[in-house]
Every structure is written in C-alpha cells, then in structure tokens.
Design a protein around this ligand. Structure first.
Ligand SMILES: [Zn+2]
Length: 443
C-alpha cells in the first residue's frame, strides 16, 4: 500500500488536531487560529460585514461552531457557494453541574453520556477534562467565557475485576448513571478535596475563584495518544477520528484549493451532530443560509440574487463511514463494502439518511476521476440500520445539492477508532479539488 499519508505532513497535521481537539470549543479555536495565520480576517457574527473580493474570512458562532470562507476575485451575482461541513463534537462523558460525589474514601464525578459512545471502551482509560467555563463579567448579558484543558489524566472509570463478575465476557450492560462515574481522587480528610474538590481544581485551571464560576461545559476525553500501526504503519488508531478527520480535511481543503476565480468557497464546522444537529450551533440551524445571505448582501445583491446564488450552491457533508470489519464482514453490504485504504467513501441510502443523490454523486466522482483521487460508493446492508449525519438535515432547508462522504473507519464511537492513514490524503485532496475546480452548478 502506498504510504503517502504517513510520510507527508498530512497525517502530522491530523494528529495535531486529534491531540488538540479535546472539546468542540478547542477544535473551533484551533481551526480559527489556522485560518487567522493564513490571513483570514475574523468577523463578528452579528456585525455588518463589508467584505472584499479576493479575501478570506472566518466567524465563530456560539463558541463551538465556525464558518470560514473565501470570496473569490470574480464573485458576482448568481454565482454559487461551494460548502463543506463537518462536526466538531464526539460521543463522550460530560461532567454534570455539582459533579463531586464521595464513595467512602473515594472522590467520584457525576457525569452524563453525550451522544452514543460504546460505553465499555471508556473503561480503564486515562481521562482528562476540557471545555468552556462561564465566569461573571461586568455586564450580566455578557459573561466571560474561558477555555480550560486539564491536559493530564485526572480520572478513570474502572472496570470490575473478572473475579467479581465471572460472566463479564458474555457481555454486560453498563448503567449510564451508576457504572460510568469516574474515580477522580481520594478524600484524605473532610474539606481537603472532598465535596467540591473537582470544582475547586477546575476553578484553579480557569484562573478564577470557585464562586466566580457560573457554569461549565466539560467533556471528559481519552488521553491516549494517536498511534500509527500495521506492518507498514498503514493504519492510524486514535480517539476522536469521528469527526476530526473531516474537520481537518475541510480546513486543509479550503486553504489549499484557493485558485478558483468565481463564487464563494466555505468550510463550516457545526456542533451537536452526535445529538441530532437541531440546535442553533448545529447543522439543523438556519445559520448557514443566514451567513450565505449576509455574504451576498455585503456585495449589494438583491433578495432574488441571494436565493438564486444558494440554489446554485453545493454542499459536502463530511463525516466518517463504516469500513468493512475484518472479523465481522457479514455486517457490511454484500456488493458495496468499503475497506480501510479504499479512499473516500461516498455514502448512499435510498431512504435518505444520507442526502446524496445521483447527480451530486456524478459531480464528486468526476472530480475524483479528474484528480486521481480514490473513492468508492458505500451502501449499508438492508437489514442493518446504519447511522445518519448532518447532510440530510442541512440540505432540507438550505436546499443545496448535497453529498455525504468521508473516510472509512472501524469501531465508530469507540474511545479509540481506526482508519487508514492514506485515506486522509484522499479526503483532503478531494476537498482541495472541490474548491479549486472550475465549473458552475445550474438548475
Ligand atoms: Zn460523525
């Protein structure tokens, strides 16, 4: 197998995101920083935008979503947008308010389950905590927010010894409240890290007094490092492949595919895909059409121009796909399986869990063919209910041609997932070509 992915900077860049994207807020921050360094200017979401052709911009929305776009030099009336979207969130444990609990000499954390993780893969991991803390500010309506990352293992959810459950290898059901509470410390004496020990440690991380904290949104994340493995190091095992592979490919693609003359090229990072997307910062938000309209308005285009521009636009919904499992091949479709290393998976489902339609697939396959990018059509087994993603939700009201695609992985929603390193090259290459290639969508 060719090793492009391992030798170039592509996989290093991905690993940097996998290590740094420890909460949706941190992922947005990292991407914003990369766009800023590339000369993109930051805009305020509710500001009046005076945009210039030939420039790039980015705008953060609610801390965990981001829109980055480049207005190409010849952007004119009725020209479409090329958009690619990925999600910043991943299934995990989230720390609840007043999280400190005691069990004898042990300090534990009260957590809830975010999205659909494979719970048993979260046991016995070195877990850290990262996210956003809201602090008192000068104006009640503008509290101060601060990102925090403990950056070191602070807790673990221990398994029960096999001696205490001899049937464990027959499979067990973990209770989301009782069995997933992490061990975070020892209570040495009353008042020394007992009932509020975690909150006090969090305040110290945030550089604030505990009483200044109005609220916090913290993900527990797996501190395991990403590792290349395989006889030729052709695979990458890492936490958070879903969906930082796609986030990084969207960022790289937009920054690299910068030679198109017309239209607007945009990368969007949405939060809340793992819980259904129907939030103000999720793909079910009207924010994408609002941002597109603000861009058109900034150039003085009329209502109808804005609508027509949108109707000529194209959306890639970029998210991971299910690769064929080496020990459970019967779980994949009989004629449309995708193996790790096959390149980009174009996801199809006639009941529209994936938004992909025939014309839109045609567009993407032609781009792949013209640029020598490996890709394969994915379909699920008819008797297995697959997942869905943000594509169908966003395309229903943005009304854009949409394709769902992404790299194939194993063990989706495990605390560690596996992909082929070379597939990141294919995905980022496709995104760059998508933004770069000439041609217009008409309907
Ligand atoms: Zn995903």
């Amino acid at each position: 197998m060719e090793m492009r992915g391992c030798k170039g900077g592509r996989i290093d860049g991905l690993i940097r995101y996998l290590e740094g994207g420890v909460s949706p807020f941190h992922t947005v921050d990292m991407a914003a920083e990369e766009f800023a360094q590339a000369g993109y200017r930051e805009l305020e979401l509710s500001g009046s935008w005076m945009l210039e052709r030939g420039r790039g911009y980015y705008v953060r929305a609610y801390g965990s979503s981001l829109f980055a776009f480049r207005v190409n030099p010849g952007f004119g009336r009725l020209q479409g947008f090329r958009v690619a979207a990925a999600h910043t969130d991943w299934p995990c444990l989230r720390v609840k308010a007043a999280p400190d609990m005691a069990q004898g000499a042990y300090a534990k954390l009260n957590v809830e389950i975010y999205g659909g993780p494979i719970l048993n893969t979260w046991l016995d991991r070195p877990l850290s905590a990262a996210g956003r803390v809201t602090l008192s500010g000068e104006d009640c309506f503008s509290p101060v927010t601060r990102l925090v990352d403990f950056k070191r293992p602070v807790c673990t959810v221990p398994n029960l010894a096999i001696h205490m459950n001899r049937d464990v290898n027959k499979g067990i059901e973990l209770n989301r409240q009782k069995d997933m509470a992490p061990l975070v410390g020892r209570i040495l004496e009353e008042g020394s890290g007992g009932r509020d020990g975690f909150v006090r440690a969090l305040a110290a991380e945030a550089g604030a007094a505990p009483e200044e904290i109005l609220y916090f949104e913290l993900s527990l994340y797996n501190c395991d490092r990403p590792e290349l493995f395989g006889l030729d190091r052709e695979f990458l095992s890492s936490p958070r492949l879903d969906n930082l592979t796609s986030v990084k490919a969207c960022v790289d693609g937009l920054l690299e595919g910068d030679s198109r003359e017309i239209g607007v090229d945009m990368a969007v990072l949405f939060d809340h895909e793992e819980v259904g997307s129907r939030t103000k910062q999720g793909a079910g938000s009207v924010l994408l059409p609002i941002v597109m309209e603000k861009i058109c308005r900034s150039f003085g285009y009329s209502d109808e121009d804005c609508l027509n521009s949108r109707l000529r636009s194209f959306l890639l919904s970029v998210d991971v796909a299910h690769g064929l499992h080496p020990n459970q091949p019967e779980k994949s479709d009989v004629t449309n399986p995708v193996f790790l290393g096959d390149g980009v998976a174009i996801k199809t489902e006639s009941c529209q869990k994936y938004a992909t339609d025939g014309e839109a697939i045609g567009v993407i396959r032609e781009i792949c063919r013209a640029n020598g990018i490996p890709c394969r059509i994915f379909a699920g087994r008819s008797d297995v209910t697959g997942g869905s993603t943000l594509g169908s939700i966003a395309s229903s009201f943005t009304v854009m041609d949409t394709v769902d695609l992404g790299v194939p992985i194993l063990a989706m929603h495990s605390a560690r997932e596996t992909m082929a390193a070379a597939d990141q090259e294919a995905l980022a290459g496709l995104l760059a070509a998508y933004y770069r290639m000439s041609g217009e969508r008409r309907r």
